[in-house]
Design a protein around this ligand. Structure first.
Ligand SMILES: *Cc1c(COP(=O)(O)O)cnc(C)c1O
Length: 227
């Protein structure tokens, strides 16, 4: 079941990349398992998935117990500063960095635990107040440079959640803005270091790939609707 859905998603990623004149290998698939129980993760692993996303630290800690070392787990939801201590040993990526203070707390926890964590800085490209992330691109760039100095973290790029609207042009525009900001971050911190632009979910990943996404975060198209 997941295997069939996975094949269909990979085909759609390839087709979207081809239409954009891009190599499908440039687009990583992150399988978002939030709300789905451990057996779903096990089935996904048997289907060949090894990179997973969760949006809550505690849910991930109980679900991924015992296998955190054999999968690559990304935190895609907001990180509260007091949960930073739970990241080492569990998440090798945090995609939702939205303040220097949180990044600093996370860096200290990672250093103390001897754990390296790749991070993405979250940009609020939709301007929707319900979404986290930096609203101002100039502030984001400034703080990303400071976060890049932290010893326990590797800044790898940007993450955004597109606007939840039907208007495809509006979604494309939010992604294009994020891509432009990503290019500015690359110019500042170096293309070797900044290699990940995480944008696109079940309903908008093809638009995101057309706009330059290097990672799509797919939940419901792989695992069905969440309860
Ligand atoms: C839930 C979630 C996803 C996956 O959403 P789908 O629409 O089910 O693919 C991706 N990114 C983030 C940040 C999420 O919280």
């Amino acid at each position: 079941m997941i295997e069939d859905r996975l094949r269909a998603i990979r085909d759609r990623i390839s087709a979207a990349a081809s239409r954009a004149g891009r190599d499908p290998q440039e687009v990583r698939l992150l399988a978002v398992t939030k709300t789905h129980p451990r057996p779903v993760v096990d089935e996904a692993r048997r289907a060949g998935i090894s990179v997973f996303g969760e949006n809550r630290v505690q849910e991930a800690a109980s679900k991924y117990g015992g296998i955190a070392g054999s999968v690559e787990l990304h935190l895609v939801g907001h990180l509260q500063r007091n949960k930073a201590k739970l990241v080492p040993g569990l998440f090798s990526w945090v995609e939702s960095i939205d303040s220097f203070a949180t990044a600093d707390a996370l860096s200290k926890r990672c250093e103390a635990a001897g754990w390296r964590c790749s991070v993405l800085v979250q940009y609020n490209s939709s301007g929707e107040t319900s979404k986290s992330g930096y609203d101002e691109s100039s502030v984001l760039l400034e703080e990303a440079e400071q976060i890049a100095q932290l010893a326990g973290l590797d800044v790898r790029g940007l993450m955004t959640i597109g606007p939840f609207v039907d208007d495809q042009a509006k979604i494309a525009s939010a992604f294009a803005h994020t891509r432009a900001l990503y290019e500015r971050l690359r110019a500042r911190l170096g293309e070797a270091q900044i290699d990940t632009l995480s944008m696109g979910m079940t309903d908008d990943f093809e638009i995101a790939i057309a706009e330059g996404s290097t990672e799509v975060r797919i939940g419901s198209a792989l695992f069905g609707a969440r309860g």
